[in-house]
Write a protein that binds this ligand. Structure first.
Ligand SMILES: [Zn+2]
Length: 418
């Protein structure tokens, strides 16, 4: 400690702005796997490189992308080629080896493997809470306005859940667009920050992103299936039998091969997806204003605090601490979350910004570091809001979302404690 005065607020960590004493009492969460650790490291490295390039020239950072894009497509083609070979080989074995049980059985195994690994169109989860255009015309109107401001079309469907994030996907054979809104994030934002969030998400459609394209996206998920198959389920047990040790050793070779290819594709596409994140942030600033886009970055920094607040609410209701019944706990849940987010002090935001810079916080293992995103937003041409949500529109949208908000609050209280 350096002796500077430290104000104390028991809702937040106590730390020193002068010397950074106790700025990060929690420490970084460890990666869940070696793959994720490598992904994080690459994401940080590319995030820093692109930040520097985009800072130097707003249109830079594109040339290198083309070569790795072509290479990524070639790797994806090879992955899909393996799947196709398995399918064709399986059928041939079954047809030509009609009289041999062994060949038939092998053919079936190959075919089943190919079916599991096949490229699949994204499907909406059955449990999703969906808001159709007819249910929420004002929300869709806002999405349309933001979409046209960033130079793309709106979405076909809005999916709402209780998570602390938001994202866009395309699904089905026609490539329909879905916007996923996590209320844990949405409810923590003010109306203009929500415009920034929509600007960022719709900006992804406008920029194009290799990883989310069908061809490469499905190759990445095929590789993940391979890794799943090739990873022994019993590797955590201490006593392995001799046959188990032998099969593990046999599987290790293809596993490392697949791992290497997955890592290669990851590396080739990560740069382009990081670039698309920065460009999406730029779209957010253009449509919602620089101030709102920067404020959105701050809100992302309190995501873990909101997540743990939701979990605490759930645990308290399930264990009936303080006599809270689950149904009563769901009432006003989002209002409490919003209040909580609104009362985070500037000092706490500053602490989180510094932690973010120290650890390289990012919303997940593939996003560029949040502090660099914020810095790039503030370094750009200051932008006024192109789309403004007035109090009347904000209230109308909240009314349209009231029913899903209540349903999801009950789900959060019911499920999060488990
Ligand atoms: Zn994004």
């Amino acid at each position: 400690m350096c002796g500077a005065d430290i104000p104390c607020d028991d809702r937040f960590a106590t730390w020193c702005t002068a010397c950074d004493w106790n700025v990060d009492p929690g420490g970084e969460e460890p990666a869940r796997s070696r793959f994720e650790a490598t992904q994080r490291r690459l994401a940080h490295r590319y995030g820093e490189q692109l930040h520097a390039e985009l800072l130097a020239g707003p249109d830079a950072a594109s040339a290198k992308g083309d070569r790795s894009g072509a290479l990524a497509r070639a790797v994806a083609l090879a992955v899909h080629g393996v799947t196709a070979t398995l399918a064709v080989g399986g059928v041939l074995l079954m047809v030509l080896g009609r009289n041999s049980i062994l060949q038939c059985a092998l053919g079936i195994i190959l075919l089943v493997t190919a079916v599991v690994l096949r490229p699949r169109f994204h499907r909406l989860p059955d449990t999703a809470q969906v808001l159709l255009r007819a249910d929420a015309p004002r929300l869709y109107e806002l999405v349309d306005d933001v979409a046209s401001a960033v130079g793309t079309r709106g979405v076909d469907i809005v999916v709402v859940d209780g998570d602390c994030n938001a994202f866009v996907t395309t699904y089905g054979i026609k490539g329909r667009r879905a916007l996923h809104i996590g209320l844990g994030l949405w409810e923590a934002l003010d109306p203009q920050e929500r415009v920034a969030l929509l600007g960022h998400e719709l900006g992804h459609y406008a920029n194009g992103d290799l990883r989310h394209g069908f061809f490469i996206g499905t190759a990445l998920s095929s590789l993940n299936h391979w890794l799943y198959f090739l990873t022994p389920a019993h590797s955590l047990h201490r006593h392995r039998t001799i046959p188990e040790i032998a099969t593990d050793a046999l599987m290790a070779v293809p596993r490392w091969g697949v791992y290497g290819i997955a890592l290669l594709l990851e590396g080739l596409t990560l740069r382009s997806s990081q670039r698309s994140e920065y460009l999406a942030d730029r779209a957010a600033a253009r449509v919602a204003s620089t101030a709102a886009a920067a404020a959105l970055m701050d809100r992302l920094l309190i995501g873990d605090a909101i997540r743990s607040a939701l979990r605490t609410e759930s645990v308290r209701a399930q264990t009936r601490i303080g006599g809270a019944a689950p149904r009563a706990a769901a009432d006003g849940l989002w209002e409490r979350i919003a209040r909580r987010a609104a009362t985070v002090s500037e000092r706490e935001y500053e602490r989180r910004r510094r932690v973010s810079a120290l650890r390289g916080h990012s919303v997940d293992s593939t996003h560029p570091p949040t502090h660099l995103r914020r810095h790039l937003i503030e370094a750009g041409e200051p932008a006024e809001a192109a789309v403004v949500v007035g109090p009347e529109a904000a209230a109308a949208i909240a009314a349209e979302m009231a029913a899903v908000r209540a349903t999801i609050a009950r789900h959060v209280i019911r499920d999060l404690a488990g």
